[in-house]
Design a protein around this ligand. Structure first.
Ligand code: ZN
Length: 356
């Protein structure tokens, strides 16, 4: 997950006001200065430990609450971030930006703890305060990225155990409850292999068409945004493809991705009954060079790449131990797997070349 502004940017104004705190007491000012230094040098564990100790003695240190809350958020410990940011967010708005940044990070923490309405409110209030340009810009970007803008306010929301489905035109989706239940089942089926910690529900946006999505999210459908646990899909897209992108990413945090493997696993897990080998065979007429495709995906038609990737990943998943399959997904570079995977790839290419 990437949702950081630079540390210095965030602290620029807040450090300026730190000396003012000396009015309230030298010890307190010193703690705030130390905490800022720890934050800037990335010593978040130490900042949290010292900050929590100091706050137990004196809870009225808004800057310290903000720093500790931000440190927790940076470590993705959003539940622990919330009470600190709620506390620092109570200070009156001012040019120091303490209230604005508290609301900005509260937006982030609420979002990842499955409180989208509270996230929207905190971010909108931050924007309305308009107290520092950086904090305002930060909140505006979060509202866009999390799709919490007014554009989506009228969409119909249907929740399942793990999903929050948003429908642009629910009347165009026959059997809405069934549609949602199918996607919930797809989620559970993929998550059985790729478990993720329960944090927030996955937001699944069902659009009418790409012409509608393009001006709003600047991309063609469908696509997943794993770091925001969010999917934008066409109504008639497979149930599993985009969900697989999100779940594989969160379950394994791949260090390196490659298009053949990344798309291949999503096609393999798309939860359709497609005969993937047959489809790949049809599109390639039985001839493919997997290693070349892997290293030079840009030289191949996307439909071929997806079809071969899907068939390949299904083949590998059923021919190697699960631990090796996971290792392949974790580091998807061809050169990392050539030695052990070569016989499996050769067997796959041979199988692909068989007449139907
Ligand atoms: Zn994909």
């Amino acid at each position: 997950m990437r949702h950081r502004t630079s540390r210095t940017l965030f602290l620029a104004r807040i450090i300026l006001v730190a000396p003012l705190v000396a009015v309230a007491g030298w010890a307190q000012a010193q703690t705030t200065e130390e905490a800022s230094a720890l934050y800037l040098s990335g010593q978040l564990d130490q900042l949290i430990a010292q900050g929590e100790t100091s706050l137990r003695q004196n809870d009225e240190q808004p800057i310290l609450h903000l720093l500790v809350g931000r440190a927790y958020a940076d470590q993705h410990r959003f539940n622990e971030a919330v009470p600190h940011l709620e506390k620092s967010g109570q200070v009156p708005p001012g040019p120091d930006g303490v209230r604005a940044w508290s609301l900005g990070y509260l937006g982030l923490a609420y979002y990842y703890t499955n409180h989208p309405d509270q996230a929207r409110t905190a971010l909108a209030v931050c924007v309305a305060l308009n107290s520092t340009p950086n904090a305002t810009r930060y909140a505006q970007r979060r509202l866009q990225a999390y799709q919490l803008t007014p554009f989506f306010a009228e969409w119909k929301v249907v929740e399942t155990a793990h999903l929050r489905l948003h429908f642009q035109s629910p009347e165009q989706v026959p059997a809405l409850a069934q549609y949602a239940a199918d996607r919930e089942r797809a989620y559970q089926s993929i998550e059985a292999t790729f478990p993720v910690p329960a944090a927030k529900k996955l937001d699944f946006y069902v659009w009418n068409n790409t012409a509608d999505s393009r001006p709003v999210v600047q991309r063609n459908l469908g696509f997943a945004v794993p770091e925001y646990l969010l999917v934008n899909a066409r109504q008639n897209q497979t149930r599993g493809h985009e969900l697989a992108h999100v779940l594989v990413q969160h379950s394994l945090s791949p260090t390196h991705r490659s298009q053949l493997i990344n798309e291949g696993v999503a096609v393999y897990l798309d939860q359709t009954a497609t005969n993937r080998m047959q489809r790949a065979r049809q599109l390639t007429r039985g001839r493919t060079d997997v290693w070349h495709l892997w290293e030079h995906p840009e030289e191949t038609d996307e439909a071929v790449l997806y079809a071969v990737g899907g068939a390949l990943l299904e083949y590998v998943a059923t021919h190697v131990p699960p631990a090796q399959f996971r290792a392949l997904l974790q580091d998807q570079r061809a050169e990392m797997h050539r030695s052990w995977l070569a016989p499996v790839v050769a067997a796959f290419e041979h199988e692909l070349a068989q007449p139907e």
